[in-house]
Structure formats: C-alpha cells, structure tokens
Design a protein around this ligand. Sequence first.
Ligand code: VGL
Ligand code: ZN
Length: 211
Amino acid sequence: MKTLLLVDLQNDFLPGGALAVPEGDHVVPIANRLMPHFALVVASKDWHPPDHSSFASQHPGHQPGDSISLDGRDQILWPDHCVQGTRGAEFSDRLDKGAIQAVFLKGTDPRWDSYSALFDDGHRRSTGLIEYLRERGVDEVCVLGLATDYCVRASVLDALREGLRVQVVTDGCRGVNLQPGDDQRALDAMQSAGATLVTSREVSTRPDISW
Ligand code: VGL
Ligand code: ZN
C-alpha cells in the first residue's frame, strides 16, 4: 500500500515558531498536494514534556545550539519546542489533517531525545509506527517533512534499517542547517543508506511507479 509519512509538520518548526526551520512553511502545501495520491497517510509529532532534556532551558549556562554530553551521548540543545498540549506542538493550520490516518509521538520521555519517528527513548522503545505499517503489509514509505537534517534523516535511516523501501521527497523537506549544508549532507546520507530521492512532481505525476 502506498504510504506517505509526514514528519513533524508542527507550528514550532514553521516560521514564527520556537524552532523555526527556514522555509518550513513551504512544505505544507506539498504535503497537501501529495496526500490524495496515497492510500495511507501517517504522521509523526515531536511531543516533549516541559522539562525535556533537549531544552537549553534545562541546562543553566547553556544556549540553544550548544552541544553537550548527556549520559554519555552527544545532545544538541534546542529552544523549548513542541511542548505537549501547546499550540506550538499542533499541526500547521494549513495542513489537511483529515487525510492523516494515524499519528505517532516521539520525544515523550524527558530523559531522551528521539529524532526518529520510529523509535522513542533513545531507540529503546518503538513509537508504534513500524508495527502499524507491518500490520498493514506496508513495505515502502514516501517521506517528507521537517527537519531534513534531524527528524527526517533519523526516520529515513531507521525505516531503511527496518527493511522498508524509502523515498524522500526532496522539495518536501527543509533543514535547520545549524551548519550550512547540513540539509544536503543529510540527503546524501539517506541516499547512501539506500533511500531514493524524488521530487513531489515525480511522485504526483507517476502514481503507478514503484520506486
Ligand atoms: C527536530 C530538533 C529537535 C525535528 C525535533 O523535528 O527535526 N529537530 N527536535
Ligand atoms: Zn524536539
């Protein structure tokens, strides 16, 4: 079944949001255009408690953008974002939410950051997405969303590791780009790991194709 995965199309990642991704709003109309081409549409949400350990506010003396060692892991510190139940954590108002059949939450444990839509708790616990896809016989996903260099990248690499075929809609993603070029390096890494890079135009004009 052709399946579209929308990664973190939430207010905080859009212009004006707490962790705004440059041009993040450009991908919402692309998501809306592609959804009718898929029999199944699922989405992820970054869904943090207010005291999440990825927030710079939890680490006195540190600023967003700093990288620290947390329980032996490298952790980039972010502004408070996508706090459970807040407007910043809601999907964009412009997103056609009616087509989304299931939503998977990540980053829910204060101790662990989880960029991947497939696993939470530093990779120890499934979000339920992979089981959901397997139950429906899905072996291929088309991915778009925010941000290319964090959650899209981690989700795509995990999906490949789980044995799915994966397409990444390049114009449907935007990067944070803490370092210039991070988005392109992330696309290269996803492609090297086995993902196919496609444009939204290719996806919508060639519905028959198995990539
Ligand atoms: C994300 C940074 C922190 C993302 C989430 O959705 O790409 N990035 N939390
Ligand atoms: Zn986050």
